[in-house]
Design a protein around this ligand. Structure first.
Ligand code: SF4
Length: 205
């Protein structure tokens, strides 16, 4: 199986939910990501099992236009902080912060006009931009895109996300269901970006 490290993230990003896929694309496009997106993405990477050292390598390589000095001064601390390696109160130390759930990303993080790209794209993107982003990530089924538009118009954002998951994993899900290969609880509605990743990754294997 693929290890989760700085070198495999590009390949593994096909298993990311749209929120993290969007951050990853923005990061690769600009070799940079603004504060909240960085935090959201760092915690996600931690949640899928990337260790702190690898995460530092990942960000250092991603910010390839930045000097070593600037990276160390302005960015390193926040990564270590998210992992609980430095700072925080004593009960956070060693654990750091918990990766954000869909609920948190849908309620707190409304990416504003300031060019931030955090939050849930099903909520923060206009329907046109959302469909364009989905198409850019390989979702082309017209029925699915229509369903997504209806879901977001009714503010059922995570339903739209689950719809996309189900359609992009239809074949694998059928196999698992027909063969009773997974406990049903493993097929519950996805409510966390890390669950989306884990399920997608496991279905591939
Ligand atoms: Fe990410 Fe959750 Fe939004 Fe899906 S519903 S894109 S997992 S925040």
């Amino acid at each position: 199986t693929t290890a989760i490290n700085a070198n495999t993230i590009d390949a593994l990003s096909v298993h990311f939910p749209l929120c993290m896929r969007n951050l990853h694309r923005e990061l690769r496009k600009n070799s940079h990501l603004k504060h909240y997106g960085r935090l959201q993405y760092t915690l996600f990477l931690k949640g899928i099992g990337m260790d702190l050292n690898e995460c530092i390598v990942f960000w250092r390589q991603a910010f390839k236009l930045m000097t070593e000095d600037k990276f160390k001064k302005e960015y390193l601390y926040n990564i270590r902080h998210a992992y609980g390696d430095v700072g925080g109160d004593s009960n956070r130390r060693g654990r750091g912060y918990t990766p954000y759930s869909c609920q948190k990303l849908l309620t707190d993080a409304t990416a504003s006009a300031s060019g931030q790209s955090h939050g849930c794209p099903y909520r923060t993107f206009s329907p046109e931009n959302l469909v364009a982003l989905l198409q850019a990530t390989g979702v082309s089924d017209r029925e699915v895109l229509k369903g997504v538009r209806e879901d977001v118009a009714r503010q059922r954002y995570h339903i739209a996300c689950n719809r996309v998951f189900d359609s992009t994993h239809a074949r694998e899900l059928k196999k698992v269901k027909d063969g009773n290969l997974w406990p049903l609880s493993e097929l519950d509605t996805i409510l966390h970006p890390n669950t989306y990743f884990k399920r997608s990754w496991q279905l591939e294997r």
